[in-house]
Design a protein around this ligand. Structure first.
Ligand code: ZN
Ligand code: ZN
Length: 132
């Protein structure tokens, strides 16, 4: 016997919320992604889902890394590394965030390209000094 719904004392509580584990009547719950939520937890779940979608940092980092392949690598790759590292830290703190692969790729590309760019600059300086 589950007892009455906290919101509807006349109705029997038959559905347990996947968020807060409280039991409600069928009128109080909604199904989302295969889970049953009460109104309060549904709002929270929707907000969490939006945060996931809006988490763009790994994608941004990867964009900087890729654009940096073609131009301004010496400036863009450090930005890609910084953004990628920050994304990795945030994903580590909150493993539900998406984009781990992108963040890793951004940091990897960033480091490689930065090394390549630095070598290119050194070679160029070397050539210039040889010409003198
Ligand atoms: Zn709930
Ligand atoms: Zn109810």
């Amino acid at each position: 016997m589950a007892g009455p719904c906290p919101n509807h004392p006349g109705l029997e509580a038959t559905h347990q919320c996947a968020g807060c584990r409280r039991v409600f009547c069928v009128n109080c719950v909604v199904e989302m992604g295969g889970f049953i939520y009460c109104g309060f937890c549904k709002n929270r779940a929707v907000r969490d889902a939006q945060t996931m979608v809006e988490y763009k940092l790994p994608g941004e980092a990867l964009t900087y890394a890729i654009v940096g392949i073609f131009c301004c690598g010496i400036i863009l790759e450090p930005i890609a590394i910084i953004k990628g590292m920050r994304a990795l830290g945030e994903i580590k703190a909150n493993p539900q965030l998406p984009g781990h692969g992108k963040a890793v790729a951004a940091v990897t590309i960033g480091v490689i390209l930065l090394v390549v760019n630095v070598i290119a600059v050194i070679v160029r300086i070397g050539l210039v000094s040889q010409m003198r």
